[in-house]
Write a protein that binds this ligand. Structure first.
Ligand code: CP
Length: 323
């Protein structure tokens, strides 16, 4: 593997999940693979889970790790070509990324969308330029449109916790939109939908998305999803509910009005098949998801966050094997 930015970089989800679970069972089996190799983690935005789990994954593989909050600790970056840099930007991404590529064997990058201009965000201009100019393999730590390490951890968690049924029934997974006070990116739901659609194509799950009118994701990420606008109907017989807020894609970056009743709580759980509840975290309690669920037996959020480590380790291992 040379690049990890989406599910399209993964030949088989089933195989990749098994690779991650083998690492979970034996975390230090490949310490020689990363010896004298350096992972650089570059953050343009805050992080708890991604930062720590990816560092730990690299340490488990014997690597050295360097972390930089480029937005706060680096020079102000210029990303456009052909501009005379006589304003506030100090360093061009061409040099900044190329220099980081000199120090690191693999780089990870987190770069959120600005949510002002859909075409600009969905072009992944910043991320793609970083990949181009750094000239080493890159792992997405969440880009403008996707969060593949999160989605990989999510499918690992579903696979691990699902008990096979005598009739061979596959788990019903529902991505459920939830309220929020801020406009959030579509990266997590886009990515989750993309991974679940591929897992559905591989015969692993059945996938439904529930959202209010106006919150439809780009169809590029939801090719074979069952789309519903009634939460209670979508939740019928659900085995897993993945709760997440996102801002509108159609009215880009906007928080639209929506009917009452979209927060997941124990009342809503009654419509499901005693579903396990997931969220990528951080979560706003009693706004997106009720405390009674987060503190109760149906919550998988901590297990899911734990699996971020094995997802990251499987990805870094696959890249190290091809260096
Ligand atoms: N889920 C997730 O990516 O968490 P952080 O933003 O804290 O890394």
């Amino acid at each position: 593997m040379k690049l990890f930015t989406s599910v399209h970089d993964v030949p088989s989800i089933k195989q990749f999940v098994n690779d991650a679970l083998a690492l979970k069972a034996n975390p230090y089996a490949h310490q020689d693979l990363g010896k004298n190799k350096t992972l650089g983690l570059v953050f343009m935005n805050p992080s708890l889970r991604t930062r720590l789990s990816t560092q730990k994954a690299a340490l488990n593989l014997g690597m050295n790790v360097m972390v930089m909050n480029l937005d706060k600790e680096g020079w102000a970056l210029e990303t456009q070509d052909g501009v005379v840099m006589n304003g506030s930007t100090v360093e061009h991404i061409r040099e900044a990324a190329a220099v980081m590529g000199q120090y690191c064997d693999i780089l990870g990058l987190r770069s959120f969308p600005k949510l002002n201009n859909r075409e600009e965000d969905y072009s992944e201009d910043f991320f793609n330029k970083f990949v181009k100019y750094c000239a080493v393999p890159v792992v997405s730590l969440e880009s403008a449109t996707r969060h593949p390490l999160q989605s990989f951890a999510d499918i690992i968690t579903i696979h691990e916790t699902w008990t096979k049924k005598p009739d061979g029934r596959k788990p019903k997974v529902v991505l459920a939109w939830a309220p929020h006070v801020k406009a959030l990116p579509q990266a997590v739901p886009n990515s989750f939908a993309e991974w679940m659609c591929k897992a559905q194509a591989e015969g692993m799950i059945d996938f439904t998305i529930a959202q209010p009118e106006g919150y439809e994701l780009s169809e590029d990420f939801t090719p074979n999803a069952n789309i519903q606008y009634n939460l209670e109907e979508a939740l019928a017989d659900a085995d897993y509910v993945y709760v997440k807020n996102w801002s509108s894609y159609k009215e880009y970056g906007k928080v639209l009005t929506y009917p009452d009743g979209w927060m997941m709580n124990n009342e809503k759980l009654k419509f499901t098949n005693d579903a396990k509840v997931m969220h990528c975290l951080p979560v706003r309690r009693d706004l997106e998801l009720s405390s009674e669920i987060l503190d109760g037996p149906n919550s998988l959020v901590i297990h899911e966050a734990g699996n971020r480590l094995w997802a990251a380790q499987a990805v870094i291992k696959a890249i190290l094997e091809e260096l």
